[in-house]
Design a protein. Sequence first.
Length: 134
Amino acid sequence: MLYTRKNSNDYQHLAEQVIAYAEKSGYEDIKADFTGYDSPASLKMVNTNLTLTPDFSAKKGEAKYYFELVLKNNDDGAENQVISKWKALETIAKMKGGELKLFVPHGSFKYASQLIENNGIDAELTKMTRLEKI
């Protein structure tokens, strides 16, 4: 997601919910691209100058998982970057026996669903309202 959004209090609160979910669900070696946490390894796209850093990464057993927070975005350039990021994370997660999980706050579920469906991205969608009950 866009760096400026990561600096907001709302985004930080959502990130803490995802991290709490991961801890309670048995994930280990949790890394987050937020202040106070070790940052996940960045991915450099070979044919571009684009460097992608997952919002979160974690392990369960030997499998590697990537978690992303999804916020609706009307900027086509940023949307294309998000799609590229998710495709790359999905591919790497599958190579490492894991998967891409998208955490969607209220109001962004339809947006996220359409993005993964229209772009052939294999990812698990989790509504953030479900996390509050865990």
